[in-house]
Design a binder for this molecule. Structure first.
Ligand SMILES: Cc1ncc(COP(=O)(O)O)c(C=O)c1O
Length: 411
């Protein structure tokens, strides 16, 4: 057998009291009592604050911070984060409505995403948010709908750069991609555009997500600045805004460490000092999702059965992949690895038993943890999955097999 490994090692973002996990100062029985539910996501404001403060401490001030709400569109959380960041990025009409109702200024909301429907474009134009246009036909649709509605559409071009963001969980630029317009094509069309038909904003250069390597992000920032400078040079209209992308990752798996923002910030400082872009006229933005919210959330469920099968112990729970697809390994992982997990009221107990944790769905995919070391479990114990504040309920097949949907709370 492998050496016991404490599964929640490094999960120091939450307080605990007498070995019990506290989220927003409450233990899980108290949160459960508030909600009247035994399966839930809980998010802590204080942890979100810490990530925003970390960004502001290291990333030079002229660079604005936007929150990509796809990571967690829970309205109370979006409302909270909106008051602390400089803008929001949305990816659908529903997210647009959440963002608008969060109180965010429409001029600081951008709408990115390929294959936008006419209804989405129309809503974005009516709301006065920036459409990050992903294709030439989409640009035509924006201009036509703008004319019909009698509003100049606010438009930025999403660029598919020639370079890629190395070592990223998901690469979204470089080579042939469904996102944005290839940089070389954009250079060709920019001089031919009638800029009187749009309220031109600038460029959106988003290369990838879930990156834990500072040197890869630094290289991408160097290339992004170089590309942005060339785009500004060949663009006949003033460039008001350049979105430099995001991709800051968080540690999910054993051996991964939190991203070091210090060298990234130093490099950005040097780029700002050397750039030919007029920073008095052009705003720069970094757009982050999971970095701001993932570590602030836990998914909690209860142990409902404990069974043995041919020498292995299975803790069965009332929560599963229908609520938390990414933890099950089916949301972009090639080989399933365990998220950090714990028995939330036994944090001070030694991990003495290797167990598998599984949910209520009739599929072997419904695994919450494989061969993890936990303290001795009892029926009714709280089982928690850390790093669950991003890509949780809305990235999960909640209707699969007809089990109840999960509830959320921001504390
Ligand atoms: C355009 C865009 N912005 C932001 C994000 C958020 O990424 P993350 O949550 O890893 O920061 C994504 C992720 O797919 C994206 O496509």
């Amino acid at each position: 057998m492998n050496k016991p490994q404490v599964q929640h090692e490094n999960m120091d973002q939450f307080a605990q009291h007498n070995g019990r996990l506290l989220v927003g100062g409450k233990n899980l029985d108290e949160i459960s009592g508030l909600l009247g539910k035994e399966v839930f996501y809980a998010y802590e404001r204080r942890v979100i604050d810490a990530r925003i403060e970390q960004f502001k401490a290291f990333i030079p001030a002229p660079i604005k911070l936007h929150f990509a709400i796809k990571a967690n569109p829970y309205p109370p959380l979006v409302h909270y984060v909106a008051s602390k960041v400089d803008g929001l990025d949305v990816a659908s009409q529903k997210e647009l409505l959440i963002a608008l109702q969060s109180g965010a200024d429409n001029r600081h909301i951008s709408f990115a995403g390929p294959s936008k429907s006419e209804a989405e474009i129309k809503a974005a134009i009516l709301a006065g948010v920036t459409l990050n246009v992903e294709s030439e036909l989409e640009l035509k649709r924006c201009l036509d709908l703008g004319r019909q509605l009698g509003h100049l559409p606010r438009v930025a071009f999403r660029v598919n750069p020639a370079f890629e963001l190395k070592a990223s969980g998901m690469k979204m630029a470089g080579g042939a991609k469904q996102f944005g317009i290839d940089e070389e094509r954009l250079m060709e069309i920019l001089p031919t555009l009638d800029f009187n038909r749009l309220d031109f904003q600038g460029f959106h250069i988003f290369c990838g997500s879930q990156n834990l390597k500072a040197e890869a992000l630094i290289e991408a920032h160097n290339q992004t600045f170089h590309l942005a400078e060339r785009l500004v040079e060949c663009c006949p209209a003033p460039v008001k805004s350049i979105n430099l992308g995001g991709g800051f990752g968080i540690p999910y798996f054993p051996g991964e460490r939190r991203l070091d923002l210090a060298p990234i910030g130093e490099n950005l400082k040097a780029l700002l000092e050397a750039t030919s872009i007029d920073l008095a006229k052009t705003e720069l933005v970094i757009e982050l999702g999971r970095f701001l919210v993932a570590e602030a959330g836990i998914y909690a469920c209860k142990v409902t059965d404990i069974k043995e099968s041919r020498g292995q112990t299975f803790l069965m729970t009332n929560g599963g992949l229908h609520h938390h697809l990414s933890n099950s390994g089916n949301f972009g992982q090639v080989i399933r690895k365990n998220y950090p997990v714990a028995l939330a009221d036994k944090l001070d107990q030694d991990a003495t038993r290797q167990v598998n944790v599984a949910g209520p769905l009739c599929t072997p995919l419904d695994s919450l943890a494989d061969k993890v070391w936990l303290p001795e479990a009892q029926l009714g114990d709280w089982f928690v999955v850390y790093q669950s504040g991003a890509y949780g309920p809305t990235a999960s097949p909640q209707d699969f097999l007809g089990h109840p949907h999960v509830v959320e709370i921001l504390l």
